[in-house]
Design a protein around this ligand. Structure first.
Ligand SMILES: *Cc1c(COP(=O)(O)O)cnc(C)c1O
Length: 434
């Protein structure tokens, strides 16, 4: 390996150049590697489970474009579908058959989805779901869980009020206080807290949005009965249940977390995997609710590049593969191997490590504590994470530069990749001890 990770080298120079004309040198903040005290590597290309930086280093990639690339990088049939589609024109802003094909695939995969609206990002899908829930119910309040990420629309950029303050505060300047106060924040996995909020505000709550498996505070699984309780609270109060399955959608199985946990949400947000690496996302759900969207209904929503041909081509080509026999079983086997190997490596090196995993979605918390919510996740040791991240990167293993992001295993990761990763993790953890 030619270059040790740092602010120097070709990537370092390009980061300086980018910083002169792009805010912070990046177009999405986590890419700046801000929480790991170093500059990012610039990626030149990717193939299968590997990415290659512009300094000539190869990495086994566990970010996979933040989970979008479940088939790995530059997957032949997806690339071919995009190329063929591009040959016929890149965007028309008019209906195409591929949009219907994609919509049919989604409706077929999710029992709760009668109809969809395609959009270009998860943020848009969520923003539309929130507006639709408010429009459909004629109510203002939305419940969200602390540590769940739903993109960056104003209603979702809030944090719980401090101390006894019941109403949320903007998480970012520019979010209007009165809007933030219409989002009620409850701890993930906290049934009592949720019951209290519904008892107090139930008749004003338009909807409750949740990542059925949280994957943006690290991976946190719902405790037994939690999702069912949310479903019944929403039904009792005539509030809509919105599952944000932007990550879990086609990640956990063909049909998402809702199929695994047997819960039928009213609305579902999809993104990441459904674009096959291109900008595509979707909002789907009950027909009577979805029909309130324009042009059928009065709730406005639109998008110039929504359902554009390149994205729908990539999406259809990707989802076709996911439907093949044993696709998720194979992912599960590799993911289990990785999680077990990392757990053993930590034990061998006497470093406290808790791994939360479901299918090919996992995360490493350097803590002795069981991680059930955002506070638990935040209590993990950041210093160990930073050092571990640096060691792994140096040894050619690319994990997310934040302890609050998941590791994603793709179909392109081989058993050999996983074994190599475990060996490098063992070295990395050993180095932390010295
Ligand atoms: C990534 C993500 C979003 C936002 O999607 P973008 O395409 O980045 O706008 C929303 N919800 C969840 C659960 C996500 O992981």
């Amino acid at each position: 390996m030619s270059r040790v990770f740092n602010r120097f080298g070709i990537s370092g120079a390009q980061f300086v150049r980018a910083g002169r004309c792009i805010v912070g040198g990046v177009n999405s903040p986590v890419r700046a590697f801000g929480s790991v005290d170093c500059g990012p590597v610039f990626i030149g290309r990717g193939k299968g489970s590997k990415i290659y930086d512009i300094d000539g280093n190869e990495y086994i990639d566990y970010v996979c474009s933040w989970g979008a690339l479940i088939l790995g990088h530059s997957y032949g049939p997806v690339i071919k579908a995009v190329q063929d589609s591009a040959d016929r024109g890149t965007s028309f802003g008019a209906p195409t058959v591929a949009e219907t094909e994609l919509a049919e695939i989604i409706c077929d995969a999710f029992a709760s989805i009668d109809k969809v609206r395609l959009v270009s990002s998860g943020t848009e899908a969520v923003m539309t779901a929130i507006r639709l829930a408010r429009g459909f119910t004629g109510r203002d309040y939305i419940v969200k869980m602390a540590g769940c990420y739903h993109g960056h629309s104003d209603s979702m950029l809030v944090r719980a009020g401090s101390g006894s303050a019941e109403f949320s505060k903007p998480l970012s300047p520019g979010v209007v206080k009165s809007l933030a106060s219409r989002t009620l924040v409850v701890d993930y996995n906290d049934i009592d807290g949720l019951v209290r909020v519904f008892n107090k505000h139930g008749k004003k709550i338009a909807g409750c949005i949740i990542e059925p498996v949280a994957a943006n505070m690290g991976v946190v699984l719902p405790k037994a009965g939690y999702l069912r309780k949310i479903r019944s609270l929403c039904s009792q109060n005539k509030s809509l249940l919105i599952f944000d399955e932007v990550i879990t959608g086609f990640r956990l199985c063909y049909g998402g977390a809702q199929k695994i946990f047997k819960i039928r949400p009213d609305l579902t947000c999809l993104g990441k995997i459904i674009g096959g690496g291109l900008p595509c996302a979707a909002l789907g759900g009950r027909g009577d609710i979805m029909d309130m969207l324009s042009p059928m209904g009065a709730v406005y929503q639109a998008g110039t590049l929504s359902g554009n041909p390149l994205a729908t081509a990539a999406a259809v080509a990707t989802l076709r593969v996911l439907k093949s026999k044993n696709f998720y079983d194979k992912l599960e086997a590799k993911s289990k191997l990785l999680a077990d190997g990392l757990t053993d490596a930590a034990r061998r090196n006497s470093i406290p490590l808790k791994i939360n995993r479901i299918g090919s979605l996992l995360s490493c918390f350097f803590t002795k504590k069981t991680v059930k919510n955002f506070s638990d996740a935040k209590s993990a040791d950041m210093k160990i994470f930073k050092a571990f991240f640096a060691q792994m990167l140096k040894q050619g293993i690319y994990i997310a530069p934040s302890p609050f992001e998941a590791m994603f295993i793709s179909a392109a990761h081989t058993k050999n990749d996983v074994e190599k990763t475990i060996a490098k993790a063992d070295n990395s953890l050993k180095a932390l001890k010295d």
